[in-house]
Design a protein around this ligand. Structure first.
Ligand code: 13P
Length: 250
């Protein structure tokens, strides 16, 4: 499989009402005027997916969601399936974000089931892993994130487009970032774990870095070994900031 282009994905989390569509539209217009060397996605709240998909139609901007249920349909009040997200216009989905793992108790096995469901529904999954501050301080970072990757990536990913995102929990929304050495150590270890889990199929998928990526640190982070893009939270909410990160990626 050809090496995929890097991916810069915005995670809007539970932010955004109708007017936020304009921010996505600005990103799409900018990509039309000046195509980016990287793939660019916005993963929006489910309520905005269809509006975003319509607003950016015909542009290179990819629209994604932030979670799915593992079943295609059923009596699961409040949940949405991969098929529903795809029906609304999404082509990508974030899975196993640390907020879902810690707040909603999502396990590696559930994340793997959701990844299979994403493929079934035609969505490209971004599967997130990351250590807590306590785990880092105990010297267990690589053990934790490699264990998460091996248990969260189903073998069915072979032959499909997907990405892994390394997001240290303590770097999310805090303005703190690991050193470049720490990022590279984690990303290189994750690559090895992906190959151990999936064989050759684990070699091509991009490994994004996420956690306080901003316009002023993006260029440096994106040049680190095995960093194949970024998963951006707060700085993806404003088109001007998100575009600065996209342009920093080349
Ligand atoms: P911040 O960029 O706001 O730190 O969030 C990162 C994140 O959780 C993206 O999924």
């Amino acid at each position: 499989m050809a090496v995929p282009r890097p991916l810069i994905a915005g995670n809007w989390k539970m932010f955004g009402l109708g007017p936020a569509v304009d921010e996505a539209r600005q990103v799409a217009v900018s990509l039309l005027a000046k195509p980016a060397a990287v793939r660019v996605a916005i993963c929006a709240p489910a309520t905005l997916v269809e509006r975003l998909a319509r607003a950016v139609e015909g542009s290179a901007l990819i629209v994604g969601g932030q979670d799915i249920h593992q079943e295609a349909s059923g009596a699961f009040t409040g949940d949405i399936s991969a098929e529903m997200l795809a029906d609304a216009g999404a082509t990508m989905v974030i899975l196993g974000h640390s907020e879902r793992r810690s707040i909603y108790g999502e396990t590696d096995a559930l994340v793997a089931a959701k990844a299979k469901a994403a493929l079934r529904g035609g969505l490209e999954p971004i599967i997130c892993v990351g250590e807590t501050l306590a785990e880092r301080q105990e010297g267990r970072t690589l053990q934790v994130i490699c264990g998460q990757v091996k248990a969260s990536l189903p073998t069915e990913l072979d032959g499909h487009a997907f990405a892994v995102a390394y997001e240290p929990v303590w770097a999310i929304g805090t303005g703190l970032t690991p050193t470049l050495e720490q990022i590279e150590e984690a990303q290189v270890a994750l690559r090895q774990a992906m190959v151990e889990a999936l064989g050759e199929a684990g070699r091509g998928a991009p490994i994004l870095y996420g956690g306080s990526v901003k316009p002023d640190n993006a260029a440096v982070i994106l040049k680190a070994r095995e960093v194949g893009g970024a998963l951006v939270g707060g700085a993806s909410l404003k088109a001007v900031d998100f575009l600065a990160i996209v342009r920093a990626a080349g």
